[in-house]
Design a binder for this molecule. Structure first.
Ligand code: V47
Ligand code: SF4
Length: 400
């Protein structure tokens, strides 16, 4: 493996800081690094060094395989009771009429728009408002399952669950069981932000605490179900807060094994109360992916969410530990375009995603939400490309 040869060269480099060389030795032997070592990587690890270690870990797990899925998002509302300072949604509570608040029927209309399309997942997440309660979501999940039983419902975060269970006066275990029975398949990673109260209290507007976020995921994992985890980085936090956040996730994962993917989310600064903060550089994004890959040794996957960092950065991230670039999306999420992402209308066709992955020498694999392989696109040629070249020796598919 080329990436192993590069790490060996690091181990043999007498010019490199002795502590960085020692940590590289641990990573090469697949040994867990401590919080102090993780912090040292953030503070002292050069980009090329971190990339080499993270890429080694990525290729050891997945080779060149790079996962994507075909999904669509539904955001039931962009108005929210909470006042997270980083969020471009929360300002709308004062001028509610400028936002949207979909009814159950409107949400079902969106689901029906995808009838006949090869999507495997619906990702539902949005603001928190009283009308979206336990009966509403339970009924919504049931109706989606009745309409399209095989569509995977990845929905809501502990932010919503904590709010709706409290309102219904039920505990987390009971609440998650109800959601499971209604048709929930998995939980996305949102709402995690930064767990440490020093930062969470300043950015997270009174929503569930870090501890509560972790408890709700743990209850869900106890039901044998899977979820994701995120971190929102690049605002007020210091490196030690990022390590603290990941250490709590690593501990829970040791107990439950229920997390699939870690998704670092870069803070974007448009139209929110933290707009005065500059956004971190692309180099910092790549360093952060790499440290996450090295530190979170018990997470199978690391995802770069392309609507947030953009397509070019997503391509680069594949050399810094990332093995997943989320889905085709289809212009159905507004969280990032409202917060200032360069992807104003995030939509990529399957062909675009496949080409984006291939262009950096990786193998595109379409997955379902639980990482079952839907189709290996390594050697698939699209109809449009065949017409352009006039011939093909590869299997041909339509780009739908
Ligand atoms: O929790 C909100 C973030 C998250 C901003 O699990 C912002 O597969 C940056 O969690 N700048 C929701 N980030 C999205 C999310 C997600 C996305 C894709 C895939 C998955 C998955 C989960 O969006 C929120 C918050 O951390 N967010 N505002 C902002 N201004
Ligand atoms: Fe509401 Fe979520 Fe935005 Fe916070 S991040 S204001 S909980 S939509």
């Amino acid at each position: 493996m080329e990436s192993a040869r590069i790490v060996k060269a690091i181990l043999d480099d007498p010019g490199l800081d002795a502590e960085l060389r020692r940590i590289a030795g641990l990573v090469f032997e697949d040994r867990r690094i401590t919080d102090e070592e993780g912090l040292y990587l953030y503070e002292r690890g050069p980009l090329s060094y971190l990339g080499a270690l993270a890429n080694y870990q990525r290729e050891r797990r997945h080779g060149d395989q790079t996962y994507f899925n075909r999904n669509f998002h539904i955001e039931p509302t962009n108005v929210c009771l909470y006042t997270c300072t980083f969020c471009s949604y929360s300002r709308l509570i004062k001028k509610r009429e400028e936002g949207w608040e979909y009814s159950m029927d409107e949400i079902m209309d969106i689901v029906r728009q995808y009838d006949g399309q090869a999507v495997t997942e619906v990702h539902i997440v949005g603001g928190v408002l009283p009308q979206y309660d336990v009966p509403f979501y339970a009924e919504l999940f049931r109706r989606i399952k009745e309409h399209r039983p095989e569509l995977h419902i990845k929905a809501l975060t502990p932010v919503e669950y904590h709010y709706i269970f409290k309102k219904a006066k039920i505990g987390y275990a009971e609440g998650m069981k109800l959601m499971l029975e209604a048709g929930l398949d998995s939980m996305p990673g949102g709402g995690a932000e930064i767990f440490h109260p020093e930062i969470r209290d300043q950015i997270a507007g009174g929503k569930c605490s870090g501890e509560q976020w972790l408890q709700i995921h743990e209850e869900w994992h106890k039901l044998g179900r899977r979820s994701n985890a995120t971190i929102l980085y690049g605002h007020l936090e210091e490196y030690r807060h990022r390590i603290h956040h990941m250490s709590l996730l690593r501990e829970l994962q040791d107990r439950s094994g229920g997390f699939q993917t870690f998704i670092p989310l870069k803070f974007r600064n448009k139209d929110n109360q933290l707009s005065h903060l500059p956004e971190v550089s692309l180099i910092e994004d790549l360093r952060n992916y790499a440290v996450s890959r090295i530190y979170l040794d018990n997470f199978d996957h690391l995802k770069a969410y392309w609507p947030m960092i953009g397509r070019n950065a997503a391509q680069l991230s594949l050399a810094f530990g990332v093995d997943d670039i989320d889905g085709t999306i289809d212009d159905t999420t507004k969280i990032y375009s409202m917060a200032g992402s360069e992807e104003q209308n995030p939509a990529l066709s399957t062909r675009d995603l496949v080409q984006l992955i291939r262009a950096v020498g990786r193998r595109p694999i379409e997955r379902d939400t639980l990482y079952g392989v839907v189709q290996d696109f390594t050697e698939v040629e699209f109809e449009e490309d065949r017409q352009f070249r006039g011939y093909t020796s590869l299997p041909v598919v339509n780009n739908s």
